[in-house]
Write a protein that binds this ligand. Structure first.
Ligand SMILES: Nc1ncnc2c1ncn2[C@@H]1O[C@H](COP(=O)(O)OP(=O)(O)OP(=O)(O)O)[C@@H](O)[C@H]1O
Ligand SMILES: [Mg+2]
Length: 426
């Protein structure tokens, strides 16, 4: 019995926690795979132990969550997936390649680091092809356990294996007339590579448990962040399959090599967030400069996640360099004094200085408060020496003295010649 099978029958509290944790942390792709896996194990479990029943309960709950996730995703307008922004030479080349290849049935291989936009490009190819009115069906070949992948791709007949309680279409059938996106193809197990090769060569497949051949009319787009040529050298990927899939390769450049696209990508993410009712942030030039020097190992996905996070933290505010998480500004020297003038983080009392509250504002009083606060800070920094504070504020000493009187600032005797100066000027 598998490791997970043992959990089900003899579950200790630690193992139970592990399964609960697994179920609550499964990503969208893993959900289907892991749930199917657990389902099949519980099907095998003849003793209906309390733990087994409990796991079945958890599976049902996770099923429900998946439905909600899928529904939410479906509610996002399809346009968002087609949005492919960037005017860098790298992206211009990618867009040209998309248009060149879209209207043929040629197999396309998308190569690029994680988060560079391989799925966005795949959807664009489908959208610009004559198959546009038919389904675009993605499958993450790396997230589905080897023993389930065959039935996931080709479907199965009722009773084909334990747990196959009804017949089911696979992704090839779902994509008939449209496009099948084989994501993370480099993670496909060797046993499946052979089967896929056969479909690509003969254009027919059979459901698991059936002998009836089905003609396949799908356009294949594959993607990987791996170096397939190295995998071929290591005997991890079939060379014949590679040449079948890689008829038209498109290399998607990492964000660090097209950093001039950063600003438009940020705008694109902000537009999306706006449509989801999220307050729009504005990045200062210095924040953009810091982000432009960062290397973005997670590429556009990392950028999109950062912008979403900043929009939650600083809704409708200006985001300056010091508001960025530390790792995004480590390539830029930040002068704390200089940055203080522009910084407008959520914990900073100056946040409100430039943000108009929904109910309006008493402008005179608001400006007076800002003035008073700045004078207090300058005096503190100058150790109470008015002449020095006036220099810091770039104002005349007499003007400052007047304002100190006006705001009735509390002048402590420890501040050197403060009292004396005031008296002298009064
Ligand atoms: N050129 C682009 N224009 C707009 N959004 C983009 C672009 N490229 C990527 N994105 C956004 O970045 C995120 C990651 O894109 P995508 O899922 O296509 O990357 P990926 O290369 O498939 O990543 P992985 O290898 O991790 O699967 C998505 O939110 C996508 O909308
Ligand atoms: Mg992807």
């Amino acid at each position: 019995m598998t490791e997970k099978g043992i959990f089900i029958v003899e579950g200790t509290s630690e193992q139970r926690q592990k399964i609960e944790h697994m179920l609550s942390n499964m990503g969208e792709n893993v959900v289907t795979a892991d749930l199917e896996y657990l389902r099949r194990i519980t099907d095998h479990c003849h003793q209906q132990t309390p733990f087994c029943k409990e796991v079945q309960g958890l599976i049902a709950a996770a099923d429900q969550q998946t439905k909600v996730k899928v529904r939410r995703k479906a509610e996002r307008p399809a346009e968002l997936f087609r949005c492919l922004v960037g005017a860098s030479s790298g992206m211009v080349a990618v867009k040209k390649a998309i248009l060149m290849v879209a209207n043929s049935d040629t197999n396309v291989m998308l190569l690029g680091e994680s988060g560079t936009g391989k799925e966005v490009v795949a959807r664009n190819i489908h959208y610009h092809s004559s198959r546009r009115g038919k389904p675009f069906v993605p499958i993450n070949c790396g997230a589905i356990p080897a023993e389930l992948l065959e039935s996931e791709l080709f479907g199965h007949e009722k009773g084909a294996f334990t747990g196959a309680i009804s017949s089911r279409r696979g992704r090839f059938e779902m994509a008939q007339g449209g496009t099948l996106f084989l994501d993370e193809i480099g993670d496909m197990p060797a046993s499946m590579q052979v089967k896929l090769l056969r479909v690509l060569q003969e254009r027919v497949f059979e459901r698991v448990g059936s002998e009836k051949s089905i003609r396949s009319d799908v356009r294949i787009i594959a993607a990987t962040h791996r170096d397939l040529e190295t995998q071929i050298d290591n005997n991890e990927f079939r060379e014949d399959l590679y040449y079948r899939l890689c008829v038209f390769p498109i290399q998607i450049p990492p964000l660090r090599d097209r950093i001039e696209d950063l600003a438009v990508l940020v705008e694109c993410v902000l537009d999306r967030l706006k449509s989801e009712q999220q307050g729009r942030i504005r990045l200062t030039d210095r924040a953009v400069k810091a982000l432009s020097r960062y290397l973005w190992p997670g590429n556009v996905r990392e950028l999109a996640n950062l912008i979403e996070r900043l929009s939650i933290m600083y809704p409708n505010q200006r985001v300056d360099i010091l508001d960025l998480p530390e790792k995004y500004r480590s390539n830029v020297d930040v002068d704390p004094e200089e940055s203080g003038a522009e910084h407008a983080g959520v914990d900073d009392p100056r946040v409100s200085a430039t943000t108009l509250p929904p109910g309006g504002i008493d402008l005179k009083q608001h400006l007076a408060e800002i003035e008073r606060s700045l004078i207090e800070q300058a005096l503190a920094e100058a150790g109470g020496v008015v002449a020095r504070a006036a220099e810091i504020l770039k104002t005349r000493r007499t003007t400052l003295v007047e304002k100190i009187r006006k705001y009735k600032l509390d002048i402590s005797p420890t501040r050197g010649d403060f009292d004396g100066e005031l008296d002298a000027n009064s």
